[in-house]
Design a binder for this molecule. Structure first.
Ligand code: ZN
Length: 475
């Protein structure tokens, strides 16, 4: 079985979801043998919590993985790879291994016998193809997170717009000192509690330099610049600089962003998915392999005045889900609701392995085999740092988490007439909003936390859940 997570991939930028640009020939070819889910959604709007949800079938507030450099996956949680390993599957994880959002040491590597770096330039591709060949006679679970699309902004081509950033980058590449000075400057500002976001040179330079943290070497380098206990600030600054840069640049020329994004989708498809597909066919494995292609979240291009991914808007919440069953007969699509936490129970179920009690998602196998035409989910849920969302086929409610609920803006969308979630009906459909809110609160109250004792409660967990967790002795 192969699980392909294309980090940051929006479904509506794929041919198999109706995109007009031809950027996804290989993915479309797999989709032509698959069940394609039109209504699949992520569990969180950014990589760390959402990807862990895929690998553990736990919602974010249950696995508690929100903050880089801080949160670590509890040993009490079983990962999909640990379960497949226990059933004598060969297991491998191909990803950026030391990026803080995917750090193998905080839980992403758990249960994988082989862990191999898969870089932005697809370094590791040959090892991936070789791994399949080497393990072709065994049962295997091969999973990967492909990061190229996530970092599309590195590939934006504009004539003069990012001059400042390029200037810093060029100097940076010829001299490590410039790069170090850049980091030191923002670290110093941050420690003085001053904002680096008003400095245009830092904001645009960030694109070329600060994203350099996505290598093990850089992470270590930057970690050393931050005093112990302050490292979380790195994440906040990175996010802040990124949003500042986006605000200053994206609104001006969104098409160049979309072009760069599409180019990274196309490059991923051509440079990784195509060779993967070819190798599976060459080895005679394609027909009998279960292939799942999905994303941890999408990307916003200003549709809701949001850019990037951090908010719960539709463009970030909606993800592709393409499942090629072994010996599939014919392709079809479903509008039933599916979500990231469903992937682990579905994969285990299809492999004939019992689904652990821990799993909070549901197996889609009945639907996939068309033995049950109804999907297993009446509702799907998403949890961000400050907001949560509940979605039925008909409605979606987004509300601030309990502690901020009185003040924050709430959203309610009528999906059958407004699938892209443009018209907020919260203040017009109070009855429906309160019904959805009750369902959301009931669901949140039912979640058990697997966060280990030494960690403090995260602010996302509301009071009732905390009390419940204390009562059940999980804390
Ligand atoms: Zn991501």
């Amino acid at each position: 079985m192969i699980l392909v997570i294309i980090d940051d991939l929006r479904p509506d930028h794929l041919g198999c979801y109706g995109y007009k640009r031809k950027v996804s020939a290989a993915i479309d070819a797999i989709a032509a043998d698959s069940v394609v889910f039109d209504n699949a959604f992520s569990q969180a709007p950014y990589t760390l919590p959402s990807t862990i949800s895929i690998l553990t079938s736990l919602y974010p507030s249950s696995h508690g993985m929100f903050l880089i450099y801080k949160d670590k996956l509890s040993k009490r949680v079983q990962t999909i790879a640990e379960i497949f390993s226990a059933y004598q599957y060969r297991t491998a994880w191909f990803s950026l291994l030391k990026t803080p959002h995917l750090d193998v040491d905080i839980g992403f590597g758990r249960g994988f016998q082989d862990k191999v770096e898969l870089g932005i330039e697809f370094e590791g591709r040959q090892e991936l193809l070789y791994w399949i060949e080497k393990n072709r006679k065994h049962k295997f679970f091969l999973a990967m997170d492909i990061r190229r699309v996530h970092d599309f902004f590195r590939f934006i081509r504009t004539s003069s717009k990012h001059k400042a950033g390029h200037a810093v980058a060029e100097q940076g590449s010829s001299s490590g000192d410039v790069e170090r000075d850049f980091y030191l400057k923002i670290v110093k500002l941050a420690l003085e509690k001053k904002t680096p976001f008003n400095d245009p040179a830092l904001v645009s330079g960030h694109r070329d330099l600060f994203n350099g943290i996505y290598s093990a070497e850089k992470v270590d380098q930057i970690k050393q610049l931050f005093p112990e206990g302050k490292r979380q600030q790195l994440d906040n600054i990175r996010d802040g600089l990124f949003s500042a840069w986006v605000r200053s640049e994206a609104g001006k020329d969104i098409q160049s962003w979309i072009n760069a994004y599409d180019e990274t989708v196309s490059t991923t498809d051509r440079e990784l998915i195509k060779p993967l597909l070819r190798e599976l066919k060459r080895l005679g494995l394609y027909d009998k392999t279960l292939i799942i292609i999905t994303a941890d979240h999408g990307e916003a291009f200003g549709e809701h005045n949001e850019y990037g991914h951090n908010s719960l808007v539709y463009e970030v919440n909606h993800v592709p889900l393409i499942i090629k069953m072994p010996y599939a007969s014919k392709p079809w699509r479903t509008k039933e609701l599916a979500q990231g936490v469903d992937i682990m129970p579905t994969a285990l179920d299809l492999a004939g392995i019992a689904i652990p009690h821990q799993a909070q998602g549901k197996s889609l196998s009945g639907l996939l085999r068309q033995s049950n035409t109804n999907g297993p989910n009446e509702y799907v849920f998403e949890q961000g740092r400050n907001k949560s969302s509940i979605r039925s086929k008909e409605w979606r409610l987004i509300v601030p988490n309990m502690e901020k609920r009185k003040k924050g803006i709430k959203h309610l969308y009528h999906l059958s007439v407004d699938p892209h979630e443009r018209n907020n009906l919260y203040y017009f459909e109070q009855k429906i909003a309160s019904k959805m809110q009750n369902e959301l609160d009931r669901w949140q109250g039912s979640l058990v936390s697997y966060k280990d004792k030494e960690y403090e409660f995260s602010p996302e967990i509301d009071r009732l859940t905390r009390e419940r967790i204390r009562e059940t002795g999980y804390w």
